[in-house]
Design a protein around this ligand. Structure first.
Ligand SMILES: C[S@@+](CC[C@H](N)C(=O)[O-])C[C@H]1O[C@@H](n2cnc3c(N)ncnc32)[C@H](O)[C@@H]1O
Length: 190
């Protein structure tokens, strides 16, 4: 899909997710890497973009593209979405485009995103299909780690919750697969 999307289409998502001059951005599952290149230009020299993917070919391709465009504020990371290696509370915008459905450990990934995002930071999730977008939005909300701010078609934007309220263990997520709510569970603020 990535190669057939025009640049104006790619630009609107980081814009809508609040990427601006000086932003620190993390994109997980970047594929060929067009979105992180756009985000790095938007964030400018005072900003920093971390682009993570577990495909070595994708990482090499983006590293070469960043060199070609002389983007010094783009760091390419080879790794799994649930282990970024970034410091706590260091990111303003987390962005995932057409990749969340591929992450095998979604609760672990959301916990990692919650750890690295600053208080009040944005998590944006874009999926290619309506079904994928609905499932992703439900899982993010059910984690209790992020509050939904906006949902528009296949795009959803969340804000990091200031306090963590008893995120569900992984086995619960598996048991609840296919259900849209967990209203029967009592959550305890910590
Ligand atoms: C369909 S591509 C998305 C490409 C791009 N973000 C786009 O907008 O077109 C999904 C990407 O997620 C990556 N991916 C899958 N599982 C991952 C994981 N556990 N951690 C990091 N990246 C992962 C794949 O290597 C692939 O590059």
């Amino acid at each position: 899909m990535e190669l057939i999307r025009p640049p104006w289409w790619r630009e609107k998502w980081p814009e809508r997710s609040g990427v601006r001059d000086g932003s620190e951005v993390l994109e997980e599952g970047f594929g060929f890497g067009t979105s992180p290149l756009i985000a790095a230009r938007m964030a400018g020299p005072q900003g920093q973009v971390y682009a993570l993917d577990l495909s070595p070919a994708g990482v090499i391709a983006l590293w070469l593209r960043a060199k070609l465009y002389r983007l010094k504020n783009l760091r390419v990371i080879l790794g799994d979405a649930k282990h970024t290696g970034l410091p706590d509370s260091s990111v303003d915008v987390g962005f995932i485009a057409d990749a969340f459905h591929e992450f095998p450990d979604k609760p672990g990934t959301l916990r990692e995103l919650h750890r690295v995002l600053r208080a009040g930071a944005t998590l944006a999730v874009l999926e290619d299909t309506a079904g994928g977008a609905k499932k992703a939005a439900a899982l993010v909300q059910e984690s209790g780690l992020f509050a939904l701010e906006q949902r528009d078609g296949n795009y959803a934007r969340f804000r990091k919750e200031a306090s963590v309220i008893d995120p569900l263990p992984e086995h619960h997520w598996v048991a609840q697969a296919g259900r849209s709510s967990r209203s029967t569970r009592t959550r305890t603020p910590v």
